[in-house]
Each structure stands twice: as C-alpha cells, then as structure tokens.
Design a protein around this ligand. Sequence first.
Ligand code: AMP
Length: 638
Amino acid sequence: MTNPFQLLGISDDVVNAVKDLGFETPTPIQEQSIPVLLEGTNDFVGLAQTGTGKTAAFGLPLLELIDFKVTKPQALILCPTRELCLQIANDLKNFSKNVANAHVVAVYGGANIMQQLREIRQGVQIVVATPGRMLDIIGRKAIDFSNVKYVVLDEADEMLNMGFQDDINDILSTTPDDKKTWLFSATMPAEVRRIAKNYMDNPVELTMGTKNTGNVNIEHEYYIVRARDKYAALKRIVDFNPEIFAVVFCKTKLDTQDVAEHLIKDGYNADALHGDLSQQQRDKVMQRFRERNMQLLIATDVAARGIDVNNVTHVINYSLPDEIESYTHRSGRTGRAGKTGISICIINSKELGKIRQLERIIGKQFTKAELPTGFDVCEKQLFSLVHKVHNVEVNVEQIDQYIPRIMDEFKDLSKEDVIKRFASLEFNRFLDYYSKAPDLNAAVGDDRGERGERGDRAGRGRGSEGYTRLFINLGSVDEFTRGDMLSFICNNGKIAGKSVGKIDLKGVFSFFEVEDAVADKVFEGFKAVEFNGRQVRIEKSGDGGRGEGAGERRGGGERRSGGFGGERRSGGGGGYRGGGDRRSSGGSGRREGGSSSGGFRDFSGRSRDEKGGNREGGSGRREGGNREGGSGERRKKW
Ligand code: AMP
C-alpha cells in the first residue's frame, strides 16, 4: 500500500524517516501545504496553530527542494525562541536522517557561538535560527546566504511580538531577492499582514482552522474563586486530576517562582521556568518536563514560547495573560498532535468579562466549572490509587519469595480488611487534609474586599525560632549536596557548622537557616563570593517585597484556611502519585532528586552569552521589570 506521505510527493528516504517517528498519516496542515510548497515556486502564508504538525508541513517539502549535493545554505528558518529553534532543527535532522550529505545547523543565543560557527564552516544546507544570534553571525561575515532559495518565518507573530522586526529585515536583506518566503503564524495581526505584503509576491494563503480559533481539540473551562483562594484552587484542580501533566501560566516571574516554590513545599512535583533562569537552568527544567519527571511546569508567557511537549493534559491560566492573543499561545501547549486537552482559567468574578472577550475571539464557549469539594477529591484520589494497584505490574519472580511471609502477617485479616488497610494507607492523608476543606467556589460579584492579585502571592516559611532563614541562589542543579552547602555556608560565612540550622536544598536555589546572632556575619561573608563565575547572592527569605506571610500581605493578618501555609498537602514522600510511576521513582515521591524549583532573580555575574540566550530564548527584550508576559505595544490588551 502506498504511504500517504508518498502520495503527497515525499520521497522514500524521507517517508521512511517519518514512519520511524510514528507519523502514519499527514496532519491536515501537512495534507494542505505539502503539495503547494513542493512546487517550490510560490511564496506562502499559513495561518496555523502550533502543535498541528507545522514543522513537517514545511520541513518535508524543503528536504525535497534542496540540492544536498551542494553544501551551501539553501534554506533559512527563523523562529522566535531557542527552544523552538532546537526543536525544529532536531525534527529536520530526524526527517533527513536517510538523506545523504544533509546538514542542518541550529543557531541560537545562549549557547557557544564558536561551536555554531564551526558547524557552519563545515558546510550546511539548512540553517534554523533565532534572529539575534543569526544577525550576530551575519555581522561576523561567517555565513553566505547568496544561495538561499527558501526562507521560512515560523511563528511570525511571536517574532514580531518579541521585537525582532528589525532583525528580520536585516537578515532577509542578505538573502537573494528571488528566494521564496514561507510564513507561518498562529494569528494574523496587521503587522504580520504587513510582512507578508512587504516580503512576498502574491503568496498562496492557507488557513488551517478558522482564523484566530484555538485548536479544536482543546476545551476551555473557567473557575471563579476569590483571589486569595487561587492557590488553594490550583491545588484542588491538580489533586482532582491525579494524572495531570500541565503547564501553569503566571503573569510575572515572581508569581511563577512563588507558585512553584509553594507547590514544591506542599509536596508537588513542580518547577518554574522564567527568564531569570540561566540557559542551563532552563534546559534542565525543560528536560525534566519533557521526560515527564516533573508534573507541573510553572511558566511565564515568554519563557514558555515554543515549548513543544506532547501529551500536556492541561494548561492552567493561574492569571489571565495581559494580552488577549497570548491566550491562544498558552492554550496551544495542550491538545497537540491530535490529542485532546483542557485549558483552565482560574479567575475572580471581576474577570468574567475577559472570559466573554476570549470566547468571542477564539469563537468557542468556555464552560464554567465548579471546583470539586474535598470529598470529590478524596474519592477521585482513592479510585486512582485503586486503579493503580489493580494495574501495577507484578514482578512475580521477586515478590514470590516474600509471599508466604506476607500471607502470614495478614493471616488474621480478611481480604476486605487487607484492602481497606492498603487503601487507607494513602487515602488517610487526603482525608486528613480535605476533611475540613472549604468550598472555594465564589459567586459572581463575590469579591469580599479582595485587594486584587496580591492575594495570589505565596507566603514563605519563616525561619525556626532563633534562626534567620536565608535564600541562596545555588542549589542541587549546581551539584550541591546538603553537606556541600553546609561547608559552603560555613567557609564563606565564617561560622561554625552548629550555627547552621535547616538546609532546604532546591533545584536552582536553596534556603538555609543560621542563628540570628550570626546572620549579619553571614551576609558580610557572602558579599563578594562567586561560584562558577556567577555571583552568589543571599537574601533574607522574603526580602524584596516577597514577604513571608501571605496573610500579612493580604491585610488584617487574615490567614485563609486554604492558604499557602494552610493547605499543605498530605504527608511527605510517596503519595498517590508515588505509586511506581516514573515521576516518583526512587521512592522519593513527588519531590524527587534533582527537582529544581522556583527561580532566580538576575545574576549579575551571568555571562554575556547567557544573557543573550535569555533574551532570545524567553525573557524577551521588552521585558519590563518583573513582567515577562510580552508587553509588545502592538498587542491587543483586554
Ligand atoms: P509541530 O506542530 O510541528 O510542532 O508538531 C507537533 C507534534 O506533532 C510534534 O511532536 C510532531 O512530532 C507531531 N507530528 C507532526 N506530524 C505528525 C504526523 N503526521 N503524525 C503524527 N505526529 C505528528
């Protein structure tokens, strides 16, 4: 039987490669665009969401059109972020693995430029690049684009939103006039239209899905809660979905960090991704998420751009984005490659109007959902556990030897008693936690003196009595063990080990306690300490407006029942999610080794290259203060 990709005009070598990737049939966007692009004679505009198979839609025709006998750049693909750049290059390498002499290079900030220059010198036909680094390389006269026949502008709207317009102009001016330009964009604001007009000659236009319409596989839901209950609501949603694998969006780096930090503290397998992380830290976070060694990725809009992770079950809008269009990008992180997904908005009643606006824009209705009760969560968790027990793979060889002893231990219990006890082992924790859980659903207009979003923010644990709790921007990703950290603190702070209290080693940062009496000394000692070329910073936990007690900030010292402190999730390691799945291997439950969390403020000691990477890869050049959300002036605000 002829392969459907062959029918579209793709050659055997490439078809075999995509078959190896598990592509059996072309996605709708591939079906529509491959035949058009294969002609190689047209400019092209494709209005398409991410996650629809766009890369193969332009990548497969490119592989047919390029002359691989000639080792000169013939195709240039520009995209907004480092993550997307790596992904596209990787996809193209996979698609072309059976094609002789095919060379693809990824060019992006935040990585060693020398290595990229070396690869270019060795000869490539396809260059996948982020604009900033590409321009740098062009400036060094290290690449010759005179043989370029095809330029792809991927996620053009995002590139414009990130302020790359001038860079794109400069880059394109170094390519031949008769090249063909293929532009892909999830949305079609006037600026993208203008690009199409300026750079293209009578382009073929294809709309895959309705204009501005979110992916049809995504359902949209919203929950109305009081602002101070947002975090508790988030946890309840997560607890009600034991198999959740989600991206949680916050508006600012600080919120991202706070939410991640509190989720980790509460025993969830979460981590933060935002522009203040170094490239290496972001890579580690992303790798853990991709490998599903992490369940909840807490991200800012900019940092999450271009993330392509399959099987994300939920996108949770912990805060609605500032720009309406960001919602499409956020929700597009789920429902990829034909899978279904749910995009959830946790809002307060004043934001209902924004939901209505979103409905109009994406042309889909949002369902008002009710937060489950504590009882619902317990029931859900219980049956999730029951199913896990039922389906667990039994290693007969290993377990058989213990069965007689186990049976002996249980001999005075009936089968029903044993089952009850196994179930209770885990269930009790949720029951304890949720037995007095309040109803978090708020009625429309029920704002009860809320003071806006500040209630979102996490409170931080105070130090133990007599101890000052300090934040340090080093953690397990820097390969510190608790012992290493202890010596590091003692050596630099010039204090004895006995003055150091609890050390809470996180991923990219840590907390530690020192006796109040030596706190100043420690600050003094750490004034000019560097680690691996980075300036080490310590701060009093909660400094910089990050206050320790959420209650304090909320005014009147009110401590909500389900606050960051209050709704601590049941127990320590293990937990329902622990039961033998990869996320919690090694018995460490949700807080597994290498779990890095939260984030970082700026490292003044960061290298230039890393800063470049941040800019391109996520934090965006327009980043103002703490906001990462992509505040492009052109974007439509609410
Ligand atoms: P993209 O929109 O190119 O980022 O693709 C989204 C995801 O869909 C990627 O993980 C691709 O590997 C996958 N994908 C692309 N085309 C196909 C196909 N024809 N069949 C199955 N999966 C695909």
